[in-house]
Design a protein around this ligand. Structure first.
Ligand code: ISL
Ligand code: CA
Length: 554
């Protein structure tokens, strides 16, 4: 058992723009977060992952950074940030910062210089190429629709931007760029932070020559897990990470467990863990995420089991079911109507009892849901807005596009945190930058704190259990009743202690039969989302809608 604090921790992700507004301008800010630190302490989380709070023109809500060492003025000042760090540390919590270094903002001083002339000393900080036959240098597409290249009048060349046109890709081939990044990371670590979440870190190395995609799709084969990515991360680890007792998690698009074992292997020479996307792709069609496709529990179990077993003993998993880029887990995998409370708890049970570090996304702990704004004008996310224009141009009808946005759009996760049932959900005294979800009168933190039966108190208990039972953190995973289309059940085993997790993923009742192979003398119910009758026959359990139970067997 290779014990590590970051394996035993529970992480809480904050999207600052939407968490809490302290000054009535409608935008969440650092003082707002500070005012809620006791809330986080009550929940019991160990680590806060703060999405970007650096200076930014906010083309992509802070993922376009114009100064890596300054705080976005809408969020506050460096003094506010220092107060936040101290406030977390005083309460025994840690802080990890978002590191966005695949690209910067086009308003970053490096890019302002870089675009001035071909012989500018910052030219090679970015990826510039002449056009090919009057068109883009290659066929790569942007994650946010359209080509990944933008023509720049000034020097008559194109620059690469895998994301928005205001997010030019940094040139990691240039050792000066890498040194700038390492210096900046060291600067933040010396301020006392406890680690980094690294944005799209597996696309930083591009295949030399930047060839067209082989299948004409314009997709990522020439930059996802590119030729030098492990070399770069090992260098970063040597120069920076290995000098501190910190945690690191890489956001890695399109990786397999084999890739993950290289990025986050137990030898520890790159990162501690990665976010995989395989599960998040479960309801996408051949054309991508906007092609909404029904998902199946058997497939869900297959993906999760694959990651659980293939990383076991080799690398460490991160566990998440939603974040600021994904729809709300409750609307996607649970039931956001009548079975709201039990299904939110069922999903929480899964999150906290798999092997890996659990990540809670703000609002998940009170069961926040997707939103359906009537018109596209109410949406703010660049990915959503670009896709809307693109699909309209291609002749899709409006109601079909809106349906995709309702199920998959990133603004589902970005509506303001629902603190109470008062004006604007208690998030702001002004007009919020993105409208609040109209269900805030029922679903809000104040109600959740008051009600002992709430999702919040259930999450709190799950977090407490993690601290008491090593098997929850370190136990080996094994799936049981694998082919069952309605129930997800598995065991976690550590020495002679076994955890048995039984989850009904649907509204319909289900019969669970316990495998004869599972033998034990004592059983203890650790947590459940319904009252469980004592005299029940354990080998045949009737599960109610979205019922979840966790037993400890010995
Ligand atoms: O949001 C997505 C789901 O469709 C992805 O395409 C997403 O853009 C990708 O996961 C990378 O995400 C990260 O980098 C982006 C930023 O917009 C996201 O918010 C961030 O999490 C560019 O920095
Ligand atoms: Ca504010």
């Amino acid at each position: 058992m290779d014990k590590k604090w970051w394996k035993e921790s529970v992480v809480y992700q904050i999207y600052p723009r939407s968490f809490m507004d302290s000054n009535g301008d409608g935008i969440g800010d650092l003082q707002g977060i500070i005012s809620k630190l006791d809330y986080l302490k009550t929940l019991g989380v160990d680590v806060v992952w703060l999405c970007p709070v650096y200076e930014s023109p906010n083309d992509d809500n802070g993922y376009d950074i114009s100064n890596y060492r300054g705080i976005m003025h809408e969020f506050g000042t460096m003094a506010d940030w220092e107060e936040l760090l101290a406030g977390l540390h005083e309460r025994g919590m840690k802080l990890i910062m978002d590191l966005v270094v695949n690209h910067s903002s086009d308003e970053h001083a490096w890019f302002v210089e870089s675009r001035k002339s071909k012989d500018n000393e910052y030219r090679d900080y970015y990826i510039w190429r002449p056009g090919k036959d009057g068109k883009e240098p290659n066929d790569w597409g942007s994650f946010f629709s359209g080509p990944a290249w933008k023509y720049d009048e000034q020097t008559g060349e194109y620059y690469l931007h895998l994301f928005s046109t205001k997010q030019p890709d940094l040139n990691w081939e240039n050792p000066k760029v890498r040194q700038e990044v390492y210096d900046m990371m060291t600067w933040w670590l010396d301020k006392g932070i406890d680690g980094f979440r690294m944005d799209v870190i597996n696309v930083i190395s591009k295949v030399p020559g930047l060839p067209d995609s082989s299948d004409g799709s314009g997709c990522g084969e020439h930059y996802i897990n590119g030729p030098r990515v492990h070399e770069f991360l090992q260098e970063m680890n040597r120069e920076v990470l290995s000098k501190y007792d910190i945690m690191t998690v890489g956001e890695t698009v399109d990786v397999t467990p084999e890739d993950a074992a290289l990025f986050a292997g137990s030898d520890g020479n790159e990162l501690n863990m990665v976010f995989q996307f395989e599960l998040m792709g479960i309801d996408s069609g051949p054309t991508g995420k906007w092609e909404v496709t029904p998902w199946k529990l058997t497939k869900f179990k297959e993906i999760v089991s694959k990651w659980q077993t293939e990383l076991q003993g080799k690398a460490w998993n991160s566990i998440y079911l939603n974040n600021h880029d994904q729809p709300r887990q409750l609307s996607r995998f649970g039931h956001d109507g009548e079975h709201h409370n039990v299904s939110a708890k069922m999903l929480g049970t899964l999150l906290h009892t798999l092997q890996g570090t659990p990540y809670i996304y703000q609002g998940e702990e009170i069961g926040m849901t997707n939103v359906r704004f009537k018109t596209i004008e109410e949406y703010k996310d660049i990915e959503t807005l670009n896709m809307y224009k693109d699909y309209q141009k291609r002749g899709h009808d409006d109601s079909e596009i809106m349906e995709s946005i309702y199920t998959k759009g990133r603004d589902n996760a970005r509506t303001p945190m629902q603190w109470n049932g008062e004006v604007q959900a208690g998030f702001t005294t002004g007009t919020p930058w993105l409208a609040v979800n109209p269900n805030y009168k029922e679903i809000n933190a104040e109600n959740a704190l008051k009600n002992p039966n709430s999702v919040f108190h259930y999450y709190k208990k799950l977090i407490e259990l993690r601290k008491k039972h090593d098997v929850i953190v370190y136990g080996d995973y094994a799936i049981i009743n694998e082919s069952n289309e309605q129930i997800y059940a598995y065991t976690r085993t550590l020495g002679d202690v076994q955890l048995l997790v039984i989850l009904n993923f649907y509204e319909q009742p289900a019969e669970f039969k316990l495998d004869e192979q599972i033998r034990f003398q004592n059983k203890e119910l650790l947590i459940a989302n319904y009252d469980v009758p004592v005299e029940e026959d354990f080998h045949q359990i009737s599960l109610r809608p979205y019922e979840a139970r966790v037993y400890k067997l010995q």
